[in-house]
Design a protein around this ligand. Sequence first.
Ligand code: BES
Ligand code: MG
Ligand code: ZN
Length: 489
Amino acid sequence: MKLIAKKPEFKFTPDTTIVLFIDEEQARTISAVIPGGLEFIDTTLDLSFVRGKAGEVMFLPFKDNPNILMCGFGKPKDTTAETLRKSAGNCILSARKRKIKKLHVLLPVVESMKEEDVLTAIAEGMYLANYSFGKYKAKKNNSEADVDTAYMYSGSSLAQQLLTETAVICENSLLCRNLVNETSDNSNPMAISKVAKHIAKQKGVTCSILGRREMEKHSMGLMLAVSRGSHYPPQCIILKYTGNPGKKHTIGLVGKGVTFDSGGINLKPSGNIETMRSDMAGAAACLYAVKTAAELKLKVNIVAAIPCVENMITNSSYRPGDVFRAYNGKTVEIGNTDAEGRLILADALAYTIDRYKPDVIVDVATLTGACVVCFGELVAGLLSTSDELSENLFLAGEKTGERLWRLPLYREYDEDIKSDIADICNISPKKQAGSIIGGIFLKHFVKKTPWAHIDIAGTAWFSKRRGYLPKNATGYGVRLLTDFLKRCE
Ligand code: BES
Ligand code: MG
Ligand code: ZN
């Protein structure tokens, strides 16, 4: 979707569609809020039925005047960037159903927000809602169509710059959704490598890939173990972006790329296995965060390690009871082959820290079902050894609406992953604190580097649409990480 800034001079032809945002208070004195030139709305309709409630969308078709899409956004005192994104998302869903291709968007005045923030939030909600994954439908979906262009009427001199930036970030969120929605057959480890190589065509980005041979050479025993049952070779993608060559400071990113998680010998049951093509959502978020950083020319340096494997069940699969040696030399007993994400992250984290010495490192992973039990689909889990890093990620979450909440890593949990025969086990024998145990395991592989782990098992994949976020892949992480990277500039 194109986002185009326009100066607020309203001269509309009758074939256009104008979007008006209205809060509950403005709805009460609606005549006063109707902009000059649009008096026809008030003179021809009884607007006393407009309530301005959050979720309210009215399409008002006029014959000899522009059509109006009236979108409520609730009580002014409750208005935030997120309520505006939601309202703007609803507006797009309505426009898509009516196959309206172009929208002229008049921005509301929100007392508690800067004009620029109102503009950005509404643009984001519109862009992110304007999505569907129709690739595998034989017939083109005839009940809706993408909106082509949103003209945003803003007095701010920064408007076009902000909209251009918003379009870059949101477009990458949509591309991230596509990769996660894609089938495991098509987004296998090698296919993800290809996406990474394509991203590395950007200025400042380089890509190198460790295949099975390199992993053997580097003794990445855990990644090799998980991938053993698949006929796809494992791939550890290393994407580097140098946006600030004068500075040594580097941010490490690691994204879980399990292209299908069958569970392995600890096979997942029906009901849990069907959506496991989404188990590479962390990888996709990191890939598209790097692409976004490069496109926005952010002044940061990034090294992203993206381990991609398929966790399959065959005669060559790794087994419960096996022991493997990680890149950092620690031995790991396999208590459960379905706790595979932490294994590939362990090797990738240790390797990235040892080889590239990032100043901080953040991993993003669909790691535990327990995280979905704890937070549902609305909030990601955060586990971290650094208060400062946690705070920055938290603030990025609040700003973007890709929220997260911290869980503790108390030392007392350490004993839960003790093993009889190896240094540690990949699961706890108890059915407790599943998401924390995932973090406790990963902590063994990060030495002293400030580290954060974001568990996106719930937020990456929705069981139903929620406003501007569709059912299935949500693209969670791209906007969060981009905002976090900006805070590191
Ligand atoms: N990929 C799953 C976690 C997951 C579950 C993601 C639901 C998205 C939705 C992960 O590899 C897994 O299987 N975790 C196990 C860990 C357990 C064996 C300790 C789980 O959560 O059951
Ligand atoms: Mg698993
Ligand atoms: Zn998994």
